[in-house]
Design a protein around this ligand. Structure first.
Ligand code: G3H
Length: 541
């Protein structure tokens, strides 16, 4: 079968879907959590269409896989009120609980979460079209992240469990919570990226209002009881609905202390602006990026192609860290394109559960048409699609398009495509890609491919001050999760990583006393008789 035929018949008939990957039935997710109560919603619901279509005699039909509540401002504000009450100006049970106990609650949640792996993974495939192995990886990476976060917090707490005596003052310095956090993750990593803010926010003693992303909501349904049971009432509140409708009133209330949001800078700006007390609000943001690859003339082309392929097309290019523009030295551009095109030709395209599949259907409505417009715009400007059937669409499926030569003025030059389109530009002087990065609104990462240590070093030094990670002969990526993940300009605010996230969701706070007989006696008694969770030398083992 040639590529065109494969794309035309990419979607299965209903009876061709393997039994083990079918959903038992539509997920009727009517439960949301407010104040420790799993409430059932009787109002309007949002139907969830899978990116997976089924081929029928009448044509392709997107599968309806469930429904979730379209909550309103009223329920959103109730969830916020529950989080505010549980925090209770820092006097609540959760923010004053000893760290070891908070860890216990998170461990209980993680244990229950692990039991639901199969269901969550299956919903990841059906809701956002993520391939099976990547869905499993997302789940396992998240569980591992929780474990690593617990270890990092223990370490932080051990360091803080001793007193410091300096200039006649005794101090105990710890990190305390900030208050109420609003956590909103993105659709491409609806579980992992949501949890990389949710878990540090919770474990540091904040209370949370969590809103799952637009796509990737049903996969929270297997976790609802565990959310409800693992934390004291009001600590974790979970709402659904249109972000535009439920999030602004929360911000306008002035009661959100931390905005943890992964999405567009436009949405983040408008949420931040809605908060009446900008200095009370801390923002932890993961935003857009247009990470470039720079392929130098002496690069190992096989390696560069393999990394650029994975970097631009893993999960169909729907990663904030994806390589979204490729600069190739003109001396090797022809060969690079030939090998890149050939590598795309043999990529497995198909349904998320298919063995070895890389390119799968896209969850966002209108995305294939949007990507098609970008390719058309480049064509009009004189570029061509290099690979066979590049840009061919069928329903929610879009075949990757390698587009060359892209130049300034084309939409693909600056727009973040967030999908399987790879713009390639030739360069003669390496100053060309460097200028591109300097002039970009984004500053997350870059990948540089080459062999000459002198030339690479001359690029590394200026580039580390333009972006926050320079990858040598390697694609851009967030992991390993202990590495700091951040960006400059419109790409991020704050740093995430196992340990940085603990800092992002907390503030240094301390108890200090001038060294005197009286103060020594008071502190000694508080510690000996374990009267305070904060002023304590307890050491978590
Ligand atoms: O969408 C952005 C993610 O943080 C990327 O994570 O680089 O591990 O795929 P990743």
């Amino acid at each position: 079968m040639n590529i065109q035929e494969r794309i035309a018949t990419i979607f299965p008939k209903a009876d061709e879907i393997p039994a083990e990957f079918r959903l038992p039935g539509p997920v009727e997710q009517d439960g949301y959590i407010i104040g420790g109560e799993l409430r059932s919603w009787a109002g309007p619901m949002q139907e969830v269409l899978s990116p997976v279509c089924v081929s029928t005699p009448q044509g392709l039909v997107r599968q309806t896989i469930g429904r979730f509540p379209l909550l309103t401002e009223k329920e959103a504000l109730e969830a916020l009120a529950a989080a505010v009450a549980a925090y209770d100006e820092g006097r609540g049970r959760w923010p004053t609980m000893p760290v070891a106990e908070r860890i216990g609650h998170v461990q209980e949640f993680a244990a229950r979460m692990k039991e639901r792996r199969g269901e969550v993974v299956r919903l990841l495939m059906w809701e956002i079209g993520k391939p099976l192995r990547d869905s499993e990886k997302e789940f396992d990476r998240t569980v591992e992240y929780i474990g690593d976060t617990i270890d990092a917090l223990k370490e932080l707490d051990r360091v803080s469990s001793r007193f410091v005596i300096e200039q006649g003052i005794i101090g105990q310095i710890r990190r305390g919570p900030l208050g109420v956090a609003l956590c909103m993750g993105p659709y491409n990593y609806p579980l992992n990226e949501t949890f990389t803010t949710l878990i540090p926010a919770l474990i540091m003693g904040n209370t949370v209002v969590l809103k799952p992303p637009r796509h990737g909501v049903l996969l929270f349904s297997p976790l609802l009881e565990a959310f409800r049971d693992s934390f004291p009432a009001g600590v974790l509140n979970l709402i659904y609905g249109e972000g535009r409708r439920v999030a602004p009133p929360l911000m306008a209330s002035g009661q959100v202390d931390v905005l943890a949001f992964i999405g567009t800078s436009r949405a983040a700006n408008s949420l931040q602006k809605g908060h009446p007390k900008p200095h009370r609000l801390r923002s932890v943001l993961g935003l857009e990026a247009k990470n470039p690859a720079i392929v130098l003339a002496d690069a190992d082309l096989d390696l560069a192609v393999a990394e650029c392929l994975a970097g631009s097309l893993s999960f169909n290019g729907q990663r904030c860290t994806a390589l979204k523009i490729v600069f190739v030295h003109e001396r090797v551009a022809g060969e690079f394109l030939r090998r890149f095109g050939a590598a795309i030709d043999v990529l497995e395209c198909g349904m998320p559960w298919e063995q070895g599949v890389t390119i799968t259907p896209l969850p966002e409505a209108g995305k294939p048409a949007y990507l098609g417009e970008l390719v058309e715009d480049a064509r009009r400007g004189g570029a061509r699609v290099v690979n066979e059937a590049g840009g061919m669409a069928n329903g929610t499926f879009f075949h990757p398009a390698l587009v060359y030569p892209v130049q300034e003025g084309m939409r693909l030059y600056r727009e973040e495509q967030f999908g399987p389109v790879i713009p390639v530009l030739p360069f003669d002087d390496v100053e060309t890609p460097v200028r591109y990065i300097v002039e970009s609104d984004y500053g997350q990462q870059v990948s540089v491919f080459g062999r000459d240590p002198d030339r690479l070093a001359r690029l590394i030094d200026p580039l580390v001050n333009q972006v926050c990670r320079v990858n040598i002969n390697s694609q851009c990526q967030r992991g390993p999760d202990i590495f700091p993940f951040t960006g400059r300009k419109d790409s991020a605010v704050g740093t995430l990583s196992v340990s940085d996230a603990l800092r992002s969701f907390s503030i240094r706070t301390l108890v200090a006393a001038k060294e005197s007989e009286l103060n020594r006696e008071i502190i000694g008694r508080i510690v000996r008789e374990r009267k305070s969770a904060f002023l304590s030398t307890d050491f978590i083992l």
